[in-house]
Design a protein around this ligand. Structure first.
Ligand code: AP5
Length: 217
């Protein structure tokens, strides 16, 4: 199962990729998580990524493409992958096409999670993330059992530095045009399916799972 999840920041790509990954035992590959780990470990990549992420911009394509190229070669991707947050530009989409060709793989589905802009702002500014394991919560829609504490590992819940209203608006701006181009790119290849995420997390997962069963399995 070779999937990509498309959508603006806050659409629920990470949440649903995690659900799919658990159900089908396919790795969830999030370029955002890879960059955040690099920032945590203060690597050279982390230093580049921090500045870009905190301003709401995009990490350069050459860097991002190389990271994904290497990640897809790992053994756990033999039976498939769920890409979350990649590709984000046409350059990345073309690079992914070449990577898959070189590995004799094909993309099964580009799933676009569609959400209204006002809802995205609400989802992102009220999101909380575990500083230890990266699990994601929402203060209203998916709160932790104990305030400020991760249900899964007991770590401290924090607000991502790019989830402030100002940076969120910049991220939406930066990603909107790229997303439109990507939707067109995958539509032309007959790979695109859209799911409206105007319901709760579990309901949206059910819709996504039905699409996967119909189109991929
Ligand atoms: P990344 O971490 O990928 O951020 P993003 O794309 O902006 O997406 P988010 O993680 O913010 O949102 P999401 O769609 O995963 O939503 P989530 O499931 O958390 O990237 C961060 C940065 O890294 C980028 O800005 C860029 O700088 C850089 N980067 C990453 N990839 C790159 C690339 N390919 N090229 C260049 N640069 C790159 O859900 C959001 C909230 O809503 C949560 O609180 C969740 O609980 C809640 N929620 C989810 N679904 C629902 C629902 N149905 N109902 C109610 N609440 C819901």
């Amino acid at each position: 199962m070779n999937l990509i999840l498309l959508g603006l920041p806050g659409a629920g790509k990470g949440t649903q990729a995690e659900n799919l990954s658990k159900k089908y035992s396919i790795p969830h590959i999030s370029t955002g998580d890879i960059f955040r780990n690099a920032i945590k470990n203060n690597t050279e990549l982390g230093k580049i990524a921090k500045e870009v992420i905190d301003s709401g911009g995009l990490v350069p394509d050459e860097i991002t493409n190389e990271i994904v190229r290497e990640r897809l070669k790992e053994d756990d991707c033999t039976d498939g992958f769920i890409l979350d947050g990649f590709p984000r530009t046409i350059n990345q989409a073309e690079a992914l096409e070449t990577m898959l060709e070189n590995m004799n793989k094909t993309l099964d589905l580009a799933l676009y999670i569609k959400v209204a802009r006002e809802e995205l702002i609400k989802r992102l500014t009220h999101r909380r993330t575990c500083s230890n394991c990266g699990a994601t919560y929402h203060l209203d829609y998916n709160p932790p059992k104990e305030e400020g504490i991760c249900d899964k590992c007991g770590g401290e819940l924090i607000q991502r530095s790019d989830d402030t209203e100002e940076v969120v608006k910049e991220r939406l701006e930066v990603n909107q045009e790229n997303l439109m181009r990507l939707l067109d790119f995958y539509d032309k290849r007959n790979k695109l399916t859209t799911v409206k995420s105007n319901a709760g997390i579990d309901e949206v997962f059910e819709k996504i799972d039905n699409i996967v069963k119909e189109k991929v399995l």
